[in-house]
Every structure is written in structure tokens, then in C-alpha cells.
Design a protein around this ligand. Structure first.
Ligand SMILES: [Ca+2]
Length: 94
């Protein structure tokens, strides 16, 4: 059984990695186009699945997402047992 504090550390580390890879201009926001491209090129998602992954961030802004939104979606991806939870689409369909 994993320790909860280790799970939280892993969520933070994974979020940091994805965010740093995507936020090329270091302004604290990631753009939809860069995120969709990362999901397509690195994870091999189709354009439709990459667009669904972007929606998993739950941003009201159609073009950019914050670190907090990424952390929230990543936490949901790692911890939620609800297959319909938006964060569970963060890396494409389950
Ligand atoms: Ca940026």
C-alpha cells in the first residue's frame, strides 16, 4: 500500500514535469495548442483525444490553463475512481 504523502509527492512531481515541458515561455500558463501538440507528439494521442485531454483541465479559458488547474486534473487522474471524472481523460481515454 502506498503512503498518502508519497502519492501527493508523485502527483506534484508529475504535474511539475508536464507543466515545465509545456510552459515554454515560463509565464505560469500553458496554451491549448502547445498542450494538444505535447499530448499528440509525446503520448501519441489522436487529435480528438488530445482535445479531450485539454478539456480535462477544466479551464474556463479556451486558450490557456494555470498550474493549479493542471494540479487539480492530475490529482483527479491519480486519485479518482470515477471513470467519468474529467481528470481521468487527462492522458486520453481510459
Ligand atoms: Ca506559457
Amino acid at each position: 500500500m502506498r503512503r498518502p504523502d508519497q502519492v501527493l509527492l508523485n502527483i506534484g512531481a508529475l504535474t511539475n514535469l508536464v507543466f515545465v515541458m509545456t510552459d515554454a515561455d515560463h509565464d505560469g500558463l500553458i496554451g491549448k495548442d502547445d498542450t494538444v501538440r505535447l499530448m499528440s507528439e509525446v503520448l501519441g494521442l489522436s487529435d480528438d483525444d488530445a482535445a479531450t485531454a485539454w478539456k480535462a483541465l477544466g479551464t474556463a479559458d479556451a486558450a490557456e490553463a494555470s498550474y493549479t488547474q493542471c494540479l487539480t486534473a492530475m490529482t483527479e487522474f491519480i486519485t479518482s475512481t470515477d471513470s467519468k471524472a474529467p481528470g481521468n481523460s487527462l492522458f486520453g481515454p481510459l
